[in-house]
Design a protein around this ligand. Structure first.
Ligand code: FAD
Length: 338
C-alpha cells in the first residue's frame, strides 16, 4: 500500500492520523502489533472525509475499530488503514422518536443502555453487559440475556469507505445471524435505530443492575475478549462446558490462560502475545475435537494472521451461500462493486 500517499491525503483534510501506531492499547486483550496508518474518527464528517480519500485507493485494506473488545490482532499488526471510532461528547446522546431510539456507531453499549433507560425507554437494558460500541455490536450481532441486536435493530446508517455512499440499511438487509451480519471490513456503521417500549426508568435501572451483577458473578475481569468460541449448536453442550470437561480449565501458554472462572474465556496476563493467545485457541480447538468430536470456531475476529489460521477458526456459517449472497447484495447497495 502507498501508506505515505494516504497519510498525506488524510492529514491534508485535517484528520488525526498516526503512522505505525500500536493497536494493543485499543483492544481489551491488550495485545497485537501496529497499524500502518491509524485515523481517529469522531464524527460523521470525519468518516466521510476518510471515505473521500479511500475511495481513490480501493485496493487498500481497512479495519474499523470500536472498543476492540472482540478483536485479536496479530503481533505483526495490520498493514492497512485502521479507522478508530471515538465518540465525541456531542454525539454521545441518544435521540428518541416515538418507539425508536437512535444512537451513534461509536457510542458504548453500556452508555446506550443507560441513556435509553434514562429516556424512559425499555428493551435495551441487556446492552449494559456488552463492553463494546454500538457499531461493533451491529457488525457482530452482539447479544446476551436472551436478546441480541437482531431483535431490536430497525435499520443502520452505513458508510462505504470504498464508494463514499451512505445508505440507511434495513435490518433484513443487514442479514443478522449468530454473531455476524452482512457488513464487511470497508463498512462503517454511523448510527443505528432500535425499537423500544415505554417503561418507567426505575424498572430499567433495576434490570441494568441485575445484568451488571450477573456479569460480575459469572465472568472474569482482566484482559479478555469475552466468549472465545461460538456455542456448537442446539442439543450440544456449550463451548465452555465442552472445554471444561476436556480438562482445559487453567491451561496456560506463556501468560495466556483458559479462565478458571469461565472456560470459554481466555485471559491475557502481563507480557502476553497474540501468538500465545492463538496457540491456546488452537490447543483448545484440537483437544475438544479429540475428546468430544466437536469442532469449535472463533467468536472473536482475528486480524492479520495467516490465511490458514483464519480459515481454521472461521465459522462455516460466515461462508454459507445465503450469507455470502446477502453480503454481495449489501456491497451492491453501497456501491462497492462499481
Ligand atoms: C468481558 C467481555 C464480555 C463480552 N460479552 C459479550 C456478550 O455477552 N455478547 C456478545 O455478543 N459479545 C460479548 N463480548 C464481545 C464484544 O464486546 C462484542 O462483540 C462487541 O459488540 C464488540 O464491539 P467493539 O466496539 O468492541 O468492536 P471491535 O472489537 O472493535 O470490532 C469487532 C468487529 O466489529 C467491527 N466494527 C467495530 N465498530 C464498527 C463500526 N462502527 N462500523 C462497522 N464495523 C465496526 C470491526 O471491524 C470488527 O469486525 C464481550 C467482550 C468482553 C471483553
Amino acid at each position: 500500500m502507498s501508506t505515505h500517499a494516504i497519510v498525506a491525503e488524510l492529514t491534508a483534510v485535517g484528520l488525526d492520523v498516526q503512522v505505525d501506531k500500536p493497536l494493543a492499547t485499543l483492544t481489551t486483550y491488550g495485545v497485537g502489533g501496529n497499524g500502518a496508518c491509524v485515523v481517529k474518527v469522531s464524527s460523521t464528517d470525519h468518516a466521510v472525509a476518510v471515505s473521500e480519500v479511500l475511495r481513490h485507493h480501493r485496493e487498500v485494506e481497512t479495519l474499523v475499530m470500536g472498543r476492540g473488545s472482540n478483536l485479536l490482532i496479530a503481533d505483526q499488526g495490520f498493514d492497512g488503514v485502521v479507522i478508530v471510532m471515538s465518540p465525541s461528547s456531542t454525539e454521545n446522546a441518544v435521540t428518541v422518536d416515538g418507539d425508536l431510539v437512535e444512537a451513534g456507531g461509536a457510542m458504548l453499549m453500556p452508555v446506550l443502555a443507560r441513556r435509553s433507560v434514562g429516556a424512559a425507554r425499555g428493551g435495551l437494558e441487556w446492552c449494559v453487559g456488552i463492553p463494546g460500541t454500538v457499531g461493533g455490536a451491529v457488525r457482530m450481532n452482539a447479544g446476551g440475556h436472551g436478546a441480541d441486536m437482531a431483535s431490536s435493530v430497525v435499520d443502520a446508517t452505513v458508510l462505504s469507505l470504498r464508494s463514499g455512499i451512505i445508505a440507511r440499511v434495513p435490518s433484513e438487509q443487514l442479514d443478522f445471524y449468530f454473531r455476524g451480519s452482512a457488513l464487511s471490513n470497508n463498512h462503517v456503521v454511523l448510527s443505528v435505530r432500535m425499537k423500544t417500549a415505554a417503561q418507567e426508568a426505575a424498572i430499567g435501572t433495576t434490570e441494568i443492575n441485575a445484568v451488571v451483577s450477573w456479569r460480575r458473578e459469572h465472568q472474569p475481569g482482566g484482559r479478555n475478549a469475552g466468549s472465545v468460541f461460538v456455542n456448537p449448536g442446539e442439543g450440544d453442550e456449550s463451548s465452555g462446558a465442552l472445554i471444561d470437561s476436556a480438562g482445559l480449565r487453567g491451561f496456560t501458554i506463556g501468560a495466556v490462560t483458559v479462565s478458571e472462572k469461565h472456560a470459554n474465556f481466555i485471559q491475557a496476563g502481563e507480557g502476553s502475545t497474540a501468538a500465545d493467545i492463538a496457540a491456546v485457541m488452537s490447543h483448545v480447538q484440537s483437544t475438544v475435537e479429540k475428546v468430544h468430536g466437536i469442532r469449535l470456531y472463533s467468536e472473536v475476529c482475528l486480524v492479520g494472521f495467516s490465511a490458514d489460521l483464519m480459515t481454521r477458526f472461521s465459522h462455516p456459517s460466515h461462508s454459507s451461500e445465503s450469507h455470502v449472497a446477502a453480503r454481495n447484495e449489501l456491497h451492491r447497495i453501497l456501491g462497492d462493486l462499481a
